[in-house]
Design a protein. Sequence first.
Length: 392
Amino acid sequence: MFDFKYFTPTKVVFGKNTESKVAELIKEFGGTKVLIHYGGGSVVRSGLLKRVTDTLDAAGISYVSLGGAVPNPHLGLVYEGIELCKKENVDFLLAVGGGSAIDSAKAIGYGLANEGDVWDFYDYKRKAEGCVPLGVILTIAATGSEMSDSSVITKEEGLVKRGYSSDFGRPKFAIMNPELTMTLPDYQTACGCTDIMMHTMERYFTQGGNMEITDALAEGLLRTVKKNAVILRDDPKNYEARAEVMWAGSLAHNGLTGCGNDGGDWMTHKLEHELGGLYDVAHGAGLAAIWGTWARYVYKNCLPRFKKFALNVMEVENTGTDEEIALRGIEALEDFYRSINMPTNLRELGVNPTEEELALMAKKCAVGVGGEMGSARVLNEADMLAIYKASV
């Protein structure tokens, strides 16, 4: 194992009707003027936004609102939020929604707490020295951003999608009511389950430092999400399954499933970021579409981990060579993706890139990772292009 730091300061309030606690939590963490940041109309149509504002009104907490966060959240809205918060003297951010609203709120928080252009952090030019405190009311179980140090923003100019991680951006609290996820379309639920699994798998397929206890946690989480994703496919209103997936989403991306290893691979995410930036596809679906091709490209370099995954997560038969077992595990996960109506290649994703677009994505991906990256196997631009081409 490797030495590690595990830091998860987010206070979690989990269960039915927990959104009613939002005012007391904001006060607990010192908020007096709040920006409520959310996405589209679902938060309004469901009545959640009104319940939140009514609660703040009753508690005497002032607020302003900014909607419009979209999947693959845009830098332009981040700039708008920064200016609004400065004008209104906002000292606390409340994201109501899923990863897009949360990531956008984190970026707004960085922009308020630091001088200069907030994009510098996502462009790896400098590091944040603080973030305005934020809380979350989660409505989509997927990204884990409600407990993580990460956020991902898309710069409209050039369609550049980049992630930034800092402990300053970890939410102060996360309100998680599984009932709030019941209005999601089936496709978004499946995308969320895929993203949750990928956050764990990125940390699982590594070349060093793996601990037995961390592996056991990761494998149990993956089996749990896999099981409950199928339940939700058939019974979308199942509260227990919603709760299992929601909590798994937080544990998958708060660092727990990476304790002791080398930090993870993360190339599937980096490859998908370029798909999301260029084609604006749903993140979970993009991950499903690229993972199988990535896995077949790297598995021989990380064969013991792929065999262990096949046996302990996908529960394939322990017969044949290690390579045969590993390949059956990859195929089994792709079969699972298809069973919840997720794509397993770019064609199924609805993306048909030209040769020029494939080369552009590979080039942007290489730039985004500083030339090369990976743990299962280190990939450079030529490798990235080969994976994109094979995934068409």
